[in-house]
Write a protein that binds this ligand. Sequence first.
Ligand SMILES: Nc1ncnc2c1ncn2[C@@H]1O[C@H](COP(=O)(O)OP(=O)(O)O)[C@@H](O)[C@H]1O
Ligand SMILES: [Mg+2]
Length: 158
Amino acid sequence: MSEHKISQTFQNAEETAQFARALGGVLAQGDVVLLSGDVGAGKTHFCRSLIRSLLATPEDIPSPTFTLVQTYETTKGEIWHSDLYRLTSVNEVEELGLLEAFDTAICLVEWPDRLGSLMPQRALAVHLDHLTDAEARQMTLTWQDSAWTLRLTEWHTQ
Ligand SMILES: Nc1ncnc2c1ncn2[C@@H]1O[C@H](COP(=O)(O)OP(=O)(O)O)[C@@H](O)[C@H]1O
Ligand SMILES: [Mg+2]
């Protein structure tokens, strides 16, 4: 499997949210999106924007920093938002039910490096980097599964 990569710059938080909503529009059950980047890069902002756009009725979307997982019933079915920064052992991934959710829900995972070898190969990886301007971010998407190539084409060719 070859690796695919595309990058995009966002000038402010709303531009990031706009892309997150567009991505949310193409997601389906069984999709895993891995979000990496430093603290404050915008991983939670990205997830929150995506989830919010798929909620039938507005609700709070807290960061799962301490709970590790928050789940939402959305117009696309169940979404699991997890933040594995505080994961103490990789066994916890299974205990949380996250491995099963990778197959049965839409999963958004912050700090995916904590998954080690449990990281699903078919996932879409979203990396966010700070740029010099405090509000600007560079996003790099990488994936191996060619199914993502088709699904991202619409956005890529815009
Ligand atoms: N272009 C941007 N993209 C994403 N977040 C941005 C951007 N510009 C400013 N921000 C702000 O940066 C902060 C990112 O925080 P957060 O999403 O919690 O980061 P992380 O989860 O990566 O630690 C938010 O307050 C967000 O509003
Ligand atoms: Mg976060």
